[in-house]
Design a protein around this ligand. Sequence first.
Ligand SMILES: Nc1ncnc2c1ncn2[C@@H]1O[C@H](COP(=O)(O)OP(=O)(O)O)[C@@H](O)[C@H]1O
Ligand code: SF4
Ligand SMILES: [Mg+2]
Length: 339
Amino acid sequence: MTAGTAPLPSVPPPSVPLLSVRDVTMTFPGRRGGRSAPVRAVDGVSFDLAAGKTLGLVGESGCGKSTTGRMIVRLLEPTTGSITYDGRDISRLGRRELKPLRKDLQMVFQDPHSSLNPRQTVARIIADPLLVQGMAAAGARKRAAELMEMTGLIPEHIDRYPHEFSGGQAQRIGIARALATGPRLIVADEPVSALDVSVQAQIVNLMERLQRELGLAYLFIAHDLSVVKRVCNRVAVMYLGRIVEVGDKERVYAAPAHPYTQALLSAVPLPDPVAERARERITLLGDPPSPAAPPSGCTFHPRCPKAQEICRTEAPLLRVAAPGEAREVACHFAAADNP
Ligand SMILES: Nc1ncnc2c1ncn2[C@@H]1O[C@H](COP(=O)(O)OP(=O)(O)O)[C@@H](O)[C@H]1O
Ligand code: SF4
Ligand SMILES: [Mg+2]
């Protein structure tokens, strides 16, 4: 049984979630004409996201974050499992049925410059999703100018090309494009990872303001826990295609229960220099294994400082670690650390 087939959280969400992901997997065929092993990039992932809220999705490079995000906006079809958006299972919809949904589900990418067509003007880039949905050219251009203003760009720059903008400004263009059709859910795939630290804060501020004004829900993907701390309400930590810990931000950051979350958090610098000098860093051995050949049992066991014999043979289920807690953990020994 995979971690994703674990029971659902015992604490029900306050209302029907905007997005429900249940036991979703994605298996890519082996490269080199199928001669190499297939890659189980996402392996039984389940989570909910409420309207207007942010779920942070965190984990090292290659753990399946982008694949998860791409399935949610249905750029990819999951191999198995279901994705329910606004009460409707969208996981198997075909291209034509997806078209009206594209208005609601949008994506912001990591590298703004490479995700914007260098040969198109900003007007065209931002207006394109509107033209696809059938809006007339003049109206789409007017809306593009409004979106530039809304995202802190100068509308007079509407006929410029992406290379004429800085990285932060280019990401604002990417956000404006994502907003064009009035989405309710945005998958932001490492939206600030490619930007200078000072610019990162500006983009995070912008995304927070837009969320408040427009009631957007975000799946906010990042490779470290520091980036999502401010923006998320809940956080999910992924390792090798599975969620190993998920719960309310306050709980996960204050008392991480999974050894992998503990290691990730120990790498985040503390603002207080005394606390920073005093605390212990947990260094993980080696790189994450390939999802084409995952380790047996708990796939984290070769790198886990707390691994015991059982960890080599039995995969831990994602389950509530302490009664009544709005947080789930996939570790045989999670409860022992958090009585
Ligand atoms: N189109 C693809 N074909 C084959 N393997 C892929 C493809 N896309 C991603 N992968 C593999 O799936 C795993 C997860 O990738 P990804 O979702 O991009 O991770 P992350 O975004 O967390 O870095 C990686 O091992 C990656 O090499
Ligand atoms: S189940 Fe074992 S190997 Fe896996 S995280 Fe927990 S202690 Fe570590
Ligand atoms: Mg990625």
